[in-house]
Ligand binder design. Structure first.
Ligand code: 4AD
Ligand code: MG
Length: 431
């Protein structure tokens, strides 16, 4: 059989007898009835077993079957206006594939440490599967947008000989006697691809030895578009349109999951409809001062500052032209003011923090070489990257979007640990 019927499609089979393959999510019984909640990863359906409809052995099996036992249920689809799904199944037959014994995660509340230790099982819960489906939708919308807008996927290597985002968060490994690092960003290779393909993106896991335990993962997924002949304004236009498309697709296709997550979607709706404010870093510092935050010009805009700046808006905001001294070597300095670079960070509303970081790139050979040296990096390691400025250099720009940051905001989650199937953090490598 090419395709087994799934819970998400039972609406097409009202009045018909179908077979569903899944697991027992939860159960309650009252006299002549067993209410078996079957989950199959696409949704949860209530299967009603009436004593009069089945054999005594079957009814007893319905009584004995335990949480997370694997089950195959045959029955008739009925409309049920009261259930969240809108349908239920009148059971004709129950088959237990494997009887689960003492499933550790009962429907009662558990603490986050216990749940993270049992992440391999916690993934099965209604909330976690909803998050994973939203994550899938986000990734699909990303690929769809880029493909439909002429971007060609050209992935960057994971094992790399040089740093992209500073040397303090590198994971080092031995590469047959040579030092290698897990990639912090595919960008530098993405720039080479952009000179070949014009519009390109890479999308893969990236690694940073971050010591923070809240917003940062040590292994996260990043999508990085890069476009030849784009400047900072083009880059901001692209970032805004990209986010609007992703959020619109989630609102359209994953409304039920957002409901499961009890997500207030008003700010997501605003994100699709309204223009994102673009704020110069220098103005942002002034706004912070007015709000009683004394970050000096030249200082980093951290989580608290991002929340203060974002609180006046119900869409993401774009902060551009950061001080040169606090940004990466590859960013182009503003020809009107070399103290700032043509960088942009997109900050999500509702305390979501930085979702996108990007910039126009330094396209001039001498200026780039100077910046590499200024930052104490070895020009030898970047000789191939400098080549891109020797042979047909053009203005170009791009950005990186952190998938987990995007999932965290769209789902309205507190912790980044729930945004990825198996989070890797400073204190977390099991399971
Ligand atoms: O701002 P970042 O460091 O930018 C770059 O890496 C550029 N080279 C990207 C580019 O221009 N192609 O990281 C980009 C995004 C951040 O805005 C954030 O969403 C996410 O990656 N990010 C993380 N997400 C989870 N855990 C971490 N430790 C992250 N570090 C960055
Ligand atoms: Mg950044």
């Amino acid at each position: 059989m090419l395709h087994k019927i799934r819970v998400s499609e039972v609406g097409k089979y009202v009045g018909q007898e179908i077979t569903l393959h899944g697991w027992l999510y939860n159960k309650r019984s009252s006299g002549k009835l067993h209410f078996l909640q079957l989950r199959d990863g696409s949704g949860i359906i209530q299967c009603v077993m009436f004593k009069g409809d089945v054999s005594p052995e079957q009814f007893e099996l319905g009584d004995k079957v335990t949480q997370e036992s694997s089950i195959i249920v045959t029955g008739t689809v009925r409309e049920d206006k009261r259930s969240p799904l809108g349908f239920e199944l009148g059971v004709k037959n129950l088959e237990v594939v494997q009887m689960a014994k003492d499933y550790p995660i009962s429907p009662k509340e558990h603490g986050p440490d216990f749940l993270m230790q049992n992440r391999h099982l916690w993934l099965r819960s209604a909330r976690q599967t909803a998050i994973l489906r939203v994550r899938d939708e986000i990734i699909f919308a990303i690929r769809e947008y880029l493909h439909n807008n002429g971007f060609i996927l050209s992935d960057s290597p994971i094992l790399t000989p040089a740093a992209c985002e500073g040397t303090s968060t590198l994971f080092e490994t031995d590469y047959f006697g040579e030092k290698a690092f897990l990639s912090q960003s595919g960008q530098l290779y993405g720039e080479a691809s952009a000179m070949a393909l014009g519009k390109t993106y890479c999308f893969g896991p990236t690694f940073r030895a971050e010591k923070s335990k809240t917003r940062h993962l040590t292994e996260f997924w990043m999508v990085e578009p890069e476009v030849a002949y784009n400047d900072l304004d083009d880059n901001m236009d692209l970032a805004e349109d990209f986010i609007k498309h992703i959020v619109a697709q989630v609102l359209k296709n994953r409304a039920a999951d957002l409901k499961t997550l009890e997500r207030d979607t008003s700010k997501l709706q605003a994100t699709v409809e309204k223009k994102f404010p673009r704020i110069d870093y220098t103005d942002a510092i002034e706004i912070l001062h007015k709000k009683g935050n004394d970050t000096p010009w030249g200082g980093d805009i951290g989580g608290d500052e991002e929340t203060l700046l974002g609180e006046d808006y119900d869409t993401p905001i774009m902060i551009h032209r950061y001080p040169t001294a606090i940004k990466a070597f590859y960013m182009k300095r503003d020809p009107k003011n070399p103290k700032v670079v043509l960088a942009v960070d997109v900050i999500g509303p509702e305390g979501a923090g930085e979702i996108i970081g990007g910039s126009e790139r330094e396209a001039d050979y001498d200026a780039l070489l100077t910046r590499i040296k200024e930052q104490g990096l070895d020009p030898e390691g970047y000789s191939w990257y400098l080549d891109l400025r020797k042979y047909g250099s053009v203005p170009h720009a791009g950005f990186g979007m952190g998938i987990e940051r995007m999932v965290r905001w769209v789902c309205g989650l507190q912790h980044v640990r729930e945004t990825i199937p198996f989070a890797r953090m400073m204190d977390k490598i099991h399971p």
